[in-house]
Ligand binder design. Sequence first.
Ligand code: PEP
Ligand code: MG
Length: 292
Amino acid sequence: QKELLLTLKGKENVTKSGQKINLYANIGNVSDLAAVLKNDAGGIGLFRSEFLYLEKDTFPTEEEQFVAYKQVAETMAGKKVIIRTLDIGADKQVDYFNLDKEDNPAMGYRAIRICLTQPEIFKTQLRALFRASNYGNIAIMYPMIISVDEVRKIKAISEEVKEELTKEGIPFGNVEQGIMIETPAAAVMSDELAKEVDFFSIGTNDLTQYTLAIDRQNAKLDSFYNPHHEAVLRLIQMTVENAHKAGIWAGICGELGADTTLTQRFLEMGVDELSVSPGCVLPVRKAIRDAE
Ligand code: PEP
Ligand code: MG
């Protein structure tokens, strides 16, 4: 089995009938890059940038972030690298953020909500990302979106950052900006959201949690946490359809993307990209090539 998978390195992600799909990898640290290359992923579909914040006892500087993002961009040598802006809060607590204890952290002050409330933290990360975009093919992705209004606020801030960099004579590339679809609100509003962004990436871990009202961290509920629930699959389908109507692409970066029992179904839905943990790239490639 393992040898069979190795023969799939360098092969296309194409079905028997010629349908192609992008197959990228999810990473959470610069040190995961070796596994991305070894498993022949076509790019990075989700780089969880939290590690930069979690491994320190104070805010990472713009320069520290820039160095890390640049390294990823250069290592991937022109392949797409989708970096998610910070998703701190809920299960990922960092002392120096001084977040209050909350009764419902998963539904609380986290991710983009922190970034829009404390734009100086957000702008530092965006400056580092745009600067690093000069060294490769970086795209930026925003987590936990629920509304068009949020996206417009984000775009205003990223425009400000670009203007500042331009004024300072600092170069940056052409950066695709997309959002994660991981709340039912975002999936339901995906027709409107699609007009505002360059791509969607569906976060099925949180989308399942919020759609089914089941805490993804509560082991007692494991038997109820069912990402195959038809409600979740319908939201995925709807999101992909609305993306295509607006002429943008839609991928899946939650764990469900690696579920080979659903590969055929995702292809039928017209999903454009799957981003999976590095070790799942070749098994998913096999499932794609075995699909009709
Ligand atoms: C998700 O929610 O599906 C996702 C990819 O993000 P995370 O697992 O980091 O919350
Ligand atoms: Mg998530």
